[in-house]
Design a binder for this molecule. Structure first.
Ligand code: ACM
Length: 529
């Protein structure tokens, strides 16, 4: 009797949840006694074709890890069974592991895919290594009922400052999917490089995608490597990456920056800027360029052509048009801009930027897509369905939600993964800042300034990997992990279960899995409060 009481006690305290080391923590975890052991007789079944790819993925993991010839087939009564449950949400699932059977229910393939990710986290860590596991694959019995708190759980990768090869972008996507993130924001254009093939404007890839050299060390040091840097994605490669991400239930949102962050465009098409006689170069220094696009009819035609090609490549409903950090000096000094301001009855250059964004918004909307931009786009009125990404803290996001716009919270002080995560003296070079894992985790998207109704417009969160100081995927992983796991948990798990000490304990227990995936994560959090 004493023994039984002890077991019950263990099952109903937090201990059991910690023991499962799940990230992000599911909505409900009910531990039960016993284990499911993968055997020769284990089979995987799926009730309908939508679950076949996920069942096949599980089959591949088990096949690589065990000596058994486990198959996946259409069936209603396999020992690992995927079944449809139409009463669940789009991203929801239930996962019941008992000694005889693993029962997975979901409404969609996406829900089943997330159930698979949870199931893998319950297996020995070596399941991720893709090599045979010595001994049994034994999984603790449990009942998990799960669904995300937010529908948008994103990471951004800046490939403008450094080009990342296709394989690196895929690796970035692979890891996002493991942790149930569902949106990859691909920052494709910058002052320092344009990275996407546009058939109508070939100079964007022959000229705008290459810079003469890159900065070494911090900006204040003004050191350069003297080596050209370039690269771009062909439209075929873009389609390949978008399809690859879709298989992992990740939506890819492209970002084409305007009217700022466009010096690389001007290097190829100077007529779109202040002065067509000026010899623009793709920017070699970090920082924001004064050379910006001008609101000429020719510029709008160019951007509409570019966006038309972009929209055919990306099925995403959102097109990100940047809109951030556009210095107004050149517009102030330009007779063309000042005349346009008068002609349109605008107050100043800021209203001219709003005019610029509104025109692009109208175009994007006319094509059946929705506009997304950094919080600066809020300044001049937007289509009702335009979405705002709040990066200068949460103020822009709060304002947007109050104006009935959907919002993604991406505040720099919590979610800029190019910031240091520990004492800079102990870290490789980063842009600056101070963003330890615990601070990332402390972000709460439901802000007190919002009413319950307004808060519904906060559709999710995103962390951004700006790459001025991050020239390859190995370093990008170091900056991204484990901080992206804090984002994953804030975006997915119920607010009530948020607890940094518990997260840290689960993360520590999960490190062998990250080792098996060969993630180059930072261990700084282990010695931080
Ligand atoms: C930004 O960091 N300029 C969006």
């Amino acid at each position: 009797m004493k023994h039984l009481i002890l077991l019950v006690f263990v099952s109903f305290t937090g201990f059991a949840q910690n023991a499962y080391n799940l990230i992000p923590l599911p909505k409900e975890v009910i531990p039960t006694q016993g284990h499911f052991v993968v055997k020769k007789s284990t089979s995987i079944g799926f009730s309908n074709a939508e679950f076949a790819p996920v069942a096949n993925l599980l089959q591949e993991y088990l096949h690589r890890a065990s000596t058994f010839p486990i198959s996946a087939k259409a069936s209603k009564s396999s020992s690992i069974q995927f079944s449809q449950n139409s009463s669940l949400g789009e991203e929801a699932y239930t996962l019941q592991i008992s000694s005889k059977k693993i029962d997975i229910q979901a409404k969609t393939g996406k829900g089943a895919f997330y159930a698979l990710q949870t199931l893998l986290q319950l297996m020995p860590a070596q399941i991720y290594a893709g090599t045979p596991i010595a001994g049994n694959i034994s999984i603790s019995n449990v009942l998990i009922k799960d669904e995300p708190r937010f529908s948008y759980r994103g990471l951004m990768l800046d490939v403008g400052r450094y080009y990342y090869p296709v394989e690196s972008v895929k690796r970035f996507i692979d890891l996002m999917a493991i942790y149930k993130m569902n949106t990859f924001h691909w920052h494709l254009t910058e002052d320092q490089g344009w990275r996407i093939e546009i058939k109508k404007y070939p100079l964007l890839t022959s000229i705008s995608s290459v810079r003469k050299e890159s900065m070494l060390g911090h900006y204040k040091d003004q050191q350069f490597d003297g080596k050209p840097h370039g690269g771009f994605y062909t439209q075929e490669e873009v389609k390949d990456i978008v399809a690859y991400a879709a298989k992992k239930y990740i939506d890819v949102i492209p970002e084409i920056e305007m009217p700022g962050h466009s010096q690389a465009v001007l290097a190829a098409y100077p007529q779109l800027g202040a002065n067509s006689d000026k010899l623009y170069k793709v920017k070699t220094k970090w920082g924001v360029s004064e050379d910006v696009l001008f609101p000429r009819e020719e510029t709008f035609s160019f951007l509409e052509d570019v966006l038309t090609e972009v929209m055919t490549l990306f099925p995403s409903q959102y097109i990100h048009i940047g809109g951030d950090e556009c210095p107004k000096t050149q517009w102030k000094e330009s007779k063309f801009c000042q005349d346009l301001i008068k002609k349109l009855g605008l107050k100043d250059e800021h209203e001219l930027q709003s005019y610029f964004i509104r025109r692009i918004d109208k175009f994007v909307t006319s094509k059946g897509k929705k506009l997304l931009g950094w919080d600066e786009i809020l300044e001049g009125g937007l289509s009702p369905n335009a979405m705002v990404m709040s990066w200068r803290g949460t103020k822009g996001g709060v304002e947007a939600a109050k104006q009935n716009h959907d919002v993604v919270m991406s505040p720099n002080s919590y979610f800029y993964l190019d910031y240091y995560q520990a004492d800079p003296k102990t870290q490789p070079l980063a842009i600056g800042g101070n963003l330890p894992l615990s601070k990332c985790y402390s972000f709460e998207p439901n802000l007190p300034e919002l009413t319950a109704e307004e808060a519904k417009h906060v559709v999710g969160i995103q962390a951004n990997v700006w790459t001025e100081y991050i020239s390859n995927i190995n370093y990008a992983e170091y900056m991204t992990y484990p901080r992206a796991l804090a984002l994953s948990e804030i975006g997915w798990s119920p607010k009530e279960s948020k607890n940094y000490a518990d997260f840290k304990k689960r993360l520590t227990g999960h490190l062998p899995a990250m080792d098996a995936m060969k993630i180059n994560y930072s261990k700084a959090f282990l010695t931080q409060p």
